[in-house]
Design a protein around this ligand. Structure first.
Ligand SMILES: Cc1cc2nc3c(=O)[nH]c(=O)nc-3n(C[C@H](O)[C@H](O)[C@H](O)COP(=O)(O)OP(=O)(O)OC[C@H]3O[C@@H](n4cnc5c(N)ncnc54)[C@H](O)[C@@H]3O)c2cc1C
Length: 433
């Protein structure tokens, strides 16, 4: 991550909470409690691979379930950088919601076909900085004598034999009764490549700049979820703007396409956007930080289990919503359920979501893949035709059949029906006699 300045993050009064950790300067890594760096043993009850969103969340939920058996978390990174921002709709209680730095109850959508503003009192859109999440969870983990977190450990293979799992790390071999693999889905990794080859696949590639302007130009009362009124010549593209104050915002440039866009090009596109929409020249703002990512949107069936004792979690376990790329809420839901199941010795459920949503997801994904030039208009119809609370419930997989009916009513019928018919035909041979 590139950091060229420092800023105090401002907390909105609504998001303040007594249990919230003190806010740190933007770009500073989360504090790692020394108490977690305990000497390694050779045997654990639970080994969690990856101290990212899913690995830390799962450990947090295991502790909440009262698990006091030894837990080891391994990660190859050496620090907890403020490397991403999680946004999600506040549709249900979650232990990390109060950490959100900012929330919006109004959001904009824009495309060449027009713009829409939606407002809700019910489901605010929350902004959670990775550093605040890491620090809060690590502090909680450090209160438990049974948790060890080892950084700088590169994890290799693992196997399951005779009722235990063996994990090979850069530091040697470890034994554990259960392994949870939350090492994410980095581009080029074997699972990433297998999914890319074997399923519908739309890359979501983005780069965001956290900017601070010399004057008040942003409206902190609303965010821009998607602005498609930008150049579309290199593939489906939108800009996402999250103002955290009148002078500060995270501005992200997002491609839903295979276009090879370099970081320099992303930055230039953001600069051009900020100039044209907010009248800010490059020398009128500083860049406080940067984040970037590649989130695969795919209907690949990621295996959740690799044996009796090995579970995949997070993006590796298929927690990214195929039609949107949103992952954070799904990770929370699955990790909480998994922890409860493991703690009480029962099988975790295979899926949380009704299969009618799988079908809708796969149709949206196909649409983005095959008819990208029509997407801005489809999204516009969605934002214009579906009231915000119904839309949020659909986007967070809490929709009722009535919400979904409203969504379907807002969409153009002919292209979706054609895609649905094709999807069905393709599935028929696989269904078999
Ligand atoms: C910049 C960015 C912004 C995002 N914003 C949102 C958002 O707003 N809303 C949303 O819903 N989703 C968002 N996502 C998607 C998703 O929520 C995150 O990627 C989330 O962090 C995924 O969690 P995870 O646990 O699967 O992986 P990660 O959080 O990436 O954790 C994986 C961990 O595994 C470690 N690791 C990898 N390989 C090894 C190895 N061989 N040995 C040891 N350790 C290893 C890594 O160092 C890392 O710490 C965003 C993603 C990115 C990249």
């Amino acid at each position: 991550m590139r950091v060229t300045g420092e800023a105090e993050r401002r907390a909105s009064p609504r998001s303040a909470s007594r249990s919230r950790p003190p806010q740190k300067a933007c770009g500073v890594a989360a504090r790692f409690p020394e108490a977690l760096d305990r000497p390694l043993k050779s045997d654990y009850e639970f080994v969690i691979l990856g101290a990212g969103c899913s690995g830390l969340s799962l450990c947090y939920y295991l502790l909440e379930e009262g698990v006091d058996a030894p837990i080891l978390i391994l990660d190859r990174k050496r620090t907890f950088e403020d490397d991403r921002t999680w946004c999600f709709w506040d549709v249900e209680p979650a232990p990390f919601t109060h950490l959100a730095l900012k929330e919006w109850r109004s959001w904009d959508f824009a495309s060449a076909g027009g713009s829409v503003t939606q407002t809700t009192d019910r489901y605010p859109y929350k902004y959670l900085a990775a550093r605040d999440f890491y620090e809060y969870v690590l502090t909680r983990l450090a209160e438990s004598p049974n948790v060890t977190v080892r950084l700088g450990e590169d994890v290799g293979d693992y196997t399951e034999e005779n009722g235990e799992a063996r994990v090979e790390t850069s530091g040697g071999t470890l034994h554990s009764r259960y392994v949870f693999d939350g090492r994410g889905l980095p581009p080029g990794s074997p699972v990433f490549e297998e999914a890319r080859r074997g399923a519908l696949w739309v890359p979501q590639k983005f780069l965001g700049l956290r900017v601070r302007a010399g004057r008040a130009v942003f409206d902190p009362g609303r965010c821009t979820l998607m602005d498609f009124s930008v150049d579309q010549s290199r593939g489906l593209r939108f800009v996402y703007v999250l103002p955290t104050g009148e002078r500060e915002a995270l501005v992200e440039n997002v491609y839903l396409s295979e276009a090879e866009v370099t970081p320099t090009e992303h930055r230039a596109e953001i600069r051009a956007y900020v100039k044209s929409t907010h009248g800010l020249a490059s020398d009128e703002y500083e860049v406080l930080g940067e984040e970037r990512g590649y989130i695969p949107m795919t209907d690949y069936a990621f295996p959740r289990r690799l044996g009796e004792r090995i579970h995949n979690i997070g993006m590796l376990g298929g927690e990214t919503r195929p039609s949107t790329g949103y992952t954070f809420l799904r990770i929370q839901r699955y990790c909480r359920t998994l922890a409860a199941a493991v703690a009480s010795g029962v099988e975790p459920p295979k899926s949380h979501y009704p299969c009618r949503l799988d079908l809708l997801d796969s149709l949206f994904l196909r649409f983005v893949r095959e008819r990208p030039e029509e997407c801005p208009e489809v999204y516009r119809r969605m934002f214009a035709g579906v009231p915000p609370d119904h839309l949020v419930r659909f986007l967070t997989e809490k929709s009722t059949p009535l919400d979904e009916a409203r969504l379907i009513r807002a969409l153009p019928k002919a292209p979706f029906l054609k895609l649905a018919a094709r999807a069905l035909l393709e599935r028929l041979p696989a269904m078999g006699p």
